[in-house]
Design a protein around this ligand. Structure first.
Ligand code: NAD
Length: 436
């Protein structure tokens, strides 16, 4: 089957490469000429483990190609996926659907055969109805079904998630849509990944509900961590204790500096806007958004405290280890590191940083931070070291070398990757999250 993927970012490129790997013929389309040029040269526009190899293999096999020409790319495609960005709209937090609608218009104007148009972008309830209206207004004479197929992959583990998903959600309003989508996902069906067929509106809401629930779980354990610090408990024991209950589950219960990334912040905001529009408030999510926002700067203040408080901190130097919102990605969107660095800067603290993949993207977002080539260069002369992202490279730092290079042996572990006793025995003043 021929598949067109409009938007070749994180989701479009990974999904397109995986569909090609399943044997479909896939054309990835993007309006960003430089991105398409780089892909033609075998250069990945994002860092994602295994992606370069997967793309290379499938390009070589003739199943995967790239273009900026949408009309050409969608020709003969039975499924046309929309995988463009849906960022927060400036000013009000609604999802900005202008990219999705622009693609729908262009598809309508260029459709040359019957096809299913699939929104893979995360879009608010009712977007599929509007895409359907746009396509019908285009006057196309071809049979079109509009389907919602939200994506649940995680950056850093995207290929595995796409190929072995917990479930595939397909919101379709007619049999034509369901039939094509069954064909698209047949290889996964054979892998016994459950396919959940729903209405289009339910599918659209499932994605937001899933992200809001996960954001809630993270925020819940973060507040438990604060309480642990006050009452002398250990949040990792609390996580294990509640997570081993099958009704709760162990995932997303690692306390940290707050959630960030390309999805949770914007999707929780967009869900609040939908709830507001429909006068059906989701107060739990309102609290989650507020709590998470304030947490990021609070983490900056925690580092200031480790320096001896605001008066002592001024003029001192902090090394930030990790900048991306999580490991194994170069994505800096809404990373807690941005707010932490800003809080430190506001407190008159000089900041040096190292991240294995994120520095190129981070540099313009945090111009006041000195980017260094390796963790030890960042640590050199630092009055405190803060671990912000749990990259493997930071799990086994040479503590003797760290102590020698740093001006003061102060370690703030915002990801709880070290054992307090080990670090204290090595002579560090150590603080972490939710471990008294
Ligand atoms: N990143 C994730 O982990 C993730 C996971 C699940 C769902 N999603 C959702 O998937 C969608 C895409 O996210 P992303 O992270 O891949 O975004 P992205 O910004 O990495 O990629 C979007 C791409 O779309 C292209 N584009 C925009 N308008 C276009 C047009 N008219 N024609 C052709 N190409 C166009 C852009 O140039 C860009 O390359 C969003 O709705 C997001 O919420 C993302």
């Amino acid at each position: 089957m021929k598949i067109a993927m409009v938007g070749s970012g994180y989701v479009g490129l990974v999904s397109g490469a995986c569909f090609a790997d399943f044997g479909h013929e896939v054309v990835c389309i993007d309006k960003d000429q430089s991105k398409i040029d780089r892909l033609h040269d075998g250069v990945m526009p994002i860092y994602e483990p295994g992606l370069a190899e997967l793309v290379g293999t499938n390009v070589k096999a003739g199943r995967l190609s790239f273009t900026t020409d949408l009309a050409e790319g969608i020709k003969d495609a039975s499924a046309i996926f929309i995988a463009v960005g849906t960022p927060s709209r400036r000013g009000d937090g609604h999802a900005d659907l202008s990219f999705v609608y622009a693609v729908a218009k262009e598809v309508g104007a260029n459709l040359a055969n019957d096809a299913v148009v699939v929104t893979k972008s995360t879009v608010p309830v009712g977007t599929g109805d509007e895409v359907e209206r746009i396509l019908s207004d285009s006057g196309t004479s071809h049979k079109v079904a509009v389907v919602s197929n939200p994506e649940f992959l995680r950056e850093g583990a995207a290929i595995g998630d796409f190929k072995r998903p917990d479930r595939i959600v397909i919101g379709a309003e007619n049999e034509f849509g369901r039939e094509i989508m069954r064909e698209v996902y047949r290889p996964l069906f054979l892998n016994e990944s459950p396919i959940l067929f729903t209405s289009r509106r339910s599918a659209e809401l499932i994605k937001y509900a899933a992200n809001a629930f996960l954001a809630t779980k993270i925020t819940f354990i973060n507040e438990m961590a604060d309480l642990c610090e006050k009452v002398g408990a250990n949040v990792q024991d609390v996580s294990r204790g509640i997570g081993s209950d099958g009704r709760i589950g162990p995932k997303f219960l690692n306390a940290g500096p707050g959630y960030g990334g390309s999805c949770f912040p914007k999707d929780t905001l967009a869900l609040l806007k939908t709830a507001e529009d429909y006068e059906s408030p989701v107060r739990i999510v309102e609290a989650v958004v507020k709590t998470n926002d304030t947490r990021k700067r609070a983490m900056g203040r925690k580092v200031v405290d480790a320096l001896g408080g605001p008066d002592e901190a001024r003029g001192k130097k902090v090394a930030l280890l990790g900048l991306t919102f999580k490991p194994n990605t170069d994505d800096m969107r809404d990373s807690p590191a941005i707010a932490i660095a800003q809080t430190l800067h506001d407190a008159g603290v000089n900041v040096a940083a190292y991240d294995p993949e994120g520095m190129e993207i981070a540099a313009p977002l945090m111009p006041e931070v000195a980017m260094k080539d390796d963790p030890y260069a960042a640590i050199d002369g630092a009055d405190a070291i803060a671990i912000v992202t749990e990259w493997d490279a930071f799990r086994a730092l040479d503590l003797a070398r760290v102590k020698e290079l740093a001006k003061a042996p102060v370690l703030v572990d915002l990801r709880n990757i070290y054992q307090p006793d080990d670090v204290r025995t090595a002579g560090f003043e150590y603080s972490s999250i939710g471990r008294a």
